[in-house]
Design a protein around this ligand. Structure first.
Ligand code: UT7
Length: 367
């Protein structure tokens, strides 16, 4: 059975920074409260022409560069997102087209902020089963579009960004070691985006009532998160036959510094074993774990051979954890340039649209 290694990683965040002081100009809040209750100092906000797929493609190309893979080498793209561009088509398909990943199956995975852990596990299991060799797993968000900028309970928390991993089959031991995925739908009302789906379709009334915004009972989510984060990390370590002493880094979902602190206490681990960047990006949902991972690698903190635990929680309610041995890219003889496929991918996409248009003329629109 092949092992599933994490061989590439990349991240992309919008340039625009929204600080706590900026927020204090539009709602009744202040830097001291936000930092004290969440640890967040600033977050990134997508510009009008940036979408989850825009950020995801940027992050994915960087991940493919590290893994030294061409877009055409990818067998599967899973995009975990809480802010998909459409209900359908899947954001993963937009990414597939932009990258020119012509051989890849592509789908979105909705497990809210736990989505990246679920998606990485799904990709790893597909590799372990032998059905695919190369997967691209993405967490991508522009949650700022679903935030009610008049609701100080939520608008201070969320930010935009994307992160991506490449997973590859290898005969060498390592890579993803174990994973746990949990859910409890009885808590679905604690954190939801109720409007725009088939239960509450978008209408004038639904918009008037603000159903298209994120609704959250912060205290409920806080209590749930502090209970499950440490438990899930412990569970995944036991499954992998490891203890906290074997682990170099815990990479938690970046929702709130106080939640991470509680998990550290539960695990009896020092906070300096946790990768924390919630201060600079806020909660980027599915993107928070890969962004924190990429920063840890780029700072030289995360090294080959390190054992890591990714752990998260989110709407659903969902929670989960994944243990991995960090092994880095698989050595290759030739350097490939995934970025050079962009122009070809755009041309291909354009040509396919033309072919469909011509087919429509020949066969008629009703056939
Ligand atoms: O990916 C999962 C995403 N969600 C989460 O992780 C959310 C988890 N929950 C939390 O992080 C915290 O519950 C919050 C940060 C959302 C809120 O912190 P809290 O310590 O639970 O505050 P609270 O809601 O109990 O509010 C305390 C006080 C209230 O005032 P009163 O009623 O005591 O007078 C709020 O009205 O703070 C007030 N408050 C604020 N004040 C200034 C609430 N939000 C703000 C604000 N600025 N932004």
């Amino acid at each position: 059975m092949p092992y599933a290694h994490i061989t590439g990683w990349g991240m992309s965040v919008p340039e625009t920074v929204l600080t706590n002081d900026d927020l204090a100009k539009i709602i009744d809040t202040n830097d001291e409260w936000i930092r004290g209750h969440t640890g967040i100092r600033e977050r990134r906000i997508a510009s009008e022409n940036q979408f989850p797929s825009t950020l995801a493609v940027d992050a994915s190309i960087k991940a493919l560069q590290v893994a030294n893979l061409k877009p055409t080498d990818i067998d599967l793209i899973i995009c975990a997102t809480s802010s998909p561009e459409y209900i359908f088509p899947a954001t993963a398909c937009l990414i597939q087209d932009e990258l020119g990943a012509t051989k890849a199956g592509a789908f979105d995975l909705l497990a809210a902020c736990t989505g990246f852990i679920y998606a990485t596990n799904m990709a790893a299991q597909s590799i372990r089963s032998g059905s695919i060799r190369n997967a691209l797993v993405i967490g991508a968000e522009t949650l700022s579009r679903f935030v009610d900028w008049k609701d100080r309970n939520t608008c201070i928390l969320f930010g935009d960004g994307a992160g991506a991993f490449v997973l590859q089959a290898s005969d060498q031991p390592g890579g993803v070691l174990s994973a746990v995925m949990h859910s409890d739908g009885s808590g679905g009302d604690a954190l939801s985006l109720p409007g725009g789906g088939s239960h509450i379709p978008a209408t004038e009334a639904s918009i008037h009532e603000g159903k298209h915004y994120i609704h959250m009972d912060g205290k409920k989510v806080f209590r749930f998160a502090t209970r499950v984060m440490g438990q899930a990390a412990k569970e995944v370590l036991e499954l992998a036959g490891l203890t906290t002493n074997d682990v170099q880094w815990i990479i938690p979902h970046q929702a709130n510094f106080r939640i991470i602190e509680t998990a550290a206490k539960y695990l009896k681990m020092p906070l300096d074993k946790f990768i924390i960047n919630v201060d600079r990006y806020g909660n980027t949902s599915t993107a928070s774990i890969p962004i924190a991972t990429v920063e840890a690698v780029e700072k030289g903190l995360l090294k080959n051979g390190d054992k890591i635990v990714l752990v998260g929680f989110g709407a659903g309610l969902t929670w989960g954890a994944l243990a991995a041995e960090w092994t880095g890219p698989i050595p290759a003889e030739h350097k490939v340039h995934p970025e050079s496929y962009r122009t070809w991918a755009r041309t291909r996409s354009f040509m396919r649209r033309i072919v469909r248009f011509i087919e429509g003329l020949i066969w008629g629109r009703d056939s």
